[in-house]
Design a protein around this ligand. Structure first.
Ligand SMILES: Cc1cc2nc3c(=O)[nH]c(=O)nc-3n(C[C@H](O)[C@H](O)[C@H](O)COP(=O)(O)OP(=O)(O)OC[C@H]3O[C@@H](n4cnc5c(N)ncnc54)[C@H](O)[C@@H]3O)c2cc1C
Length: 288
């Protein structure tokens, strides 16, 4: 199908972009277009004006320091994936982006666009929650910083209001002596995950000290596995897996149940991914 008629503009500054976004009731930011354009083609979304942010000055920057990585709204997923500095400071970014779609999609799709789109099965929102990212937004109400934990409200629903623009996202570096693992179950490489896990695991003397565990593809928003986070402290490779898997199952009782997989399958899949992540983190302890 083809989209309904729409207007298009390509501003050069953030102020021009905000003015354009405010000029029409159903204006939308166009970043990589990898989710928005298909939705327009299928007439799933009503857009009167596309505000293309790809040439807005300063929005395509990716900057790293020892404390974290900042990704501008127009920086593509490929740009971040290929940035060795970003991968060494926040390893979860490269680990997640390897699972996102295919090369052609990552070449156009942006990191911030993925956060704004808030697909429940997407990897980057879970990385944002697992790392405690901060999302900078500017719009009619001025500038504000939103914690990733407060940003995702439901499937394809975020804290963004009409006329808002994400300008950048800051991913903090994980704690020292931690290992970040992004793993998922999907039918074919490049597909959206049926269920997945972002794990930031701190290891010490052959045991897990603590972990931040965030599932995706389980519910409307990235899912903190809080029972599993409590159960994993002190876990070592020779410990039984049953307590850990039962904790994950308790965390996932409300997981999606749909044509892609029943609820119990998603719970068991993420339980297996959690055990696998813990074993991998412990096996790589000497390297961190
Ligand atoms: C075949 C295929 C497979 C895919 N597989 C995966 C996958 O495995 N994992 C995954 O995570 N994603 C996947 N994607 C989605 C892809 O990652 C998208 O690029 C991403 O979800 C949206 O980013 P974008 O830059 O293309 O945003 P766009 O499509 O341009 O925009 C998406 C939405 O976000 C809004 N938006 C974008 N940027 C901003 C901003 N800066 N401020 C405010 N609002 C903004 C837009 O207005 C729109 O509503 C896939 C896409 C396709 C087509």
């Amino acid at each position: 199908m083809k989209p309904a008629p729409f207007e298009y503009c390509r501003p050069s500054t953030v102020d021009e972009a905000l003015e354009a976004l405010g000029s029409s009731e159903s204006s939308r930011v166009l970043a990589g277009g990898q989710s928005l354009i298909p939705a327009m083609n299928f007439r799933l979304t009503d857009v009167s004006l596309l505000v293309d942010i790809n040439r807005v000055e300063g929005l395509d920057a990716v900057t790293c320091d020892s404390g974290g990585v900042t990704v501008g709204a127009a920086a593509t997923q490929t740009r971040v994936l290929e940035d060795d500095g970003a991968a060494s400071v926040v390893p979860g970014l490269r680990a997640a982006l390897r699972h996102v779609g295919h090369l052609q999609i990552r070449d156009r799709g942006t990191v911030c666009g993925s956060l704004a789109h808030a697909d429940p099965a997407a990897e980057l929102p879970a990385v944002a929650v697992a790392t405690g990212a901060a999302i900078d937004v500017t719009g009619p109400a001025g500038e504000r910083r939103i914690d990733a934990a407060d940003f995702f409200h439901g499937p394809f629903w975020t804290a963004l209001e009409d006329g808002d623009l994400i300008t950048e996202v800051r991913f903090p570096a994980p704690p020292p002596r931690s290992v970040t693992i992004v793993d998922e179950i999907c039918r074919r490489a490049g597909d959206f995950a049926v269920a997945g896990l972002v794990a930031v695991i701190e290891v010490d003397a052959g045991a897990v000290r603590s972990a931040r565990l965030v599932g995706f593809g389980l519910g409307g928003v990235p899912t903190r596995l809080q029972a599993a986070e409590a159960a994993i402290g002190g876990w070592a490779a020779d410990h039984p897996v049953v307590t850990l898997t039962e904790a994950v199952m308790a965390d996932t009782t409300d997981a999606f149940d749909d044509i892609h997989a029943p609820n119990w399958y998603r719970g068991e899949a993420v339980a297996a991914l959690t055990v696998r992540a813990a074993l991998r983190a412990l096996a790589t302890e000497e390297e961190v």
